[in-house]
Design a protein around this ligand. Sequence first.
Ligand code: SF4
Length: 336
Amino acid sequence: MIPPKDLPSFRRSVLRWYSRYGRELPWRRTRDPYAILVSEFMLQQTQVATVIPYYNNWLRRFPDFTALAAASENDVLHAWQGLGYYARARHLHATAKIVRDRHGGRLPMDPTAIRDLPGIGRYTANAIATFAFDRSVPIVEANIARLLARIYNYKQPIDNSRGHEAIWQLASALVPKRRAPIFNSALMELGALVCRPQPKCRICPVQNFCCATRPEMLPRKKSRLSPRKLIESHLWIRRGERILLEQSTKRWPGLWILPSAGSTTGRPIHMSIFPFTHHQVTLQVFRNPSRKIDNDRQRWFSTRALDSIPIPSPHRRAIVDLLSAKEAAALRRRPS
Ligand code: SF4
């Protein structure tokens, strides 16, 4: 542990480094609980650089809880398109409706009440409480967990309940009463920029406090199973300017995908691989001259309409690959 007498010096080192090297990120310039909530949902599982344009676009399109609550699911999924993990968009939408209907359009300030909202766990609740409401509460996400496991040379796995709790306890001991939001941002930034998976110890501002002997071996995690391989077959059914799509009910509820194929013959006209949770999915697309609609979840869309409907990235890439070069270029150029 960092002895209590050294805590002020540790915090000062972190804050000094952050004031010099911390990045200017759009969600760090606001105290608006809605904007912070949006950023926190988007940043789960997604890199900062990817999130920035989505975040700015989202706030233009849905500037507050009321606007988001009034939006259709189609519009919400469309604005999220490309970020993946669409459950986050649905949870955000559901949260906006609850905030509008039960909290008069204002997010509750208490972390426990925030945590009752859909899709919000301990990290997100505390992140909103600290960044929007200036609460002195700890936060632990992947960057902070890695940083703390190393500073304290914590050699147990951090992805089971015991390890998880231990890291939260360490974070609780560090967070100051005053300036907690900036300190929490600084810890996160230090993990993201310096204490990276390959740590840059030579430029680390808290090197003097760090107990790690082999930091690149930390944090420890339970051994991972290799991803399960899946092959999924879909159909390319085209009538003139129109393409048949099907609304997904399983992996991407509400989004439009190429129709599922039952049995297939011949060679696929498109093949690509994408990760999905613990799976590695091979997407195969077969040409099918059938012009029939098989079920009421299928609809014809003109190629010009494809940018106005939510399509998950693997299927969008397949469609772009299979359109003519001219159509694909127009699709890429059109603003969504
Ligand atoms: Fe991470 Fe190295 Fe800094 Fe320790 S000294 S906190 S391992 S970057």
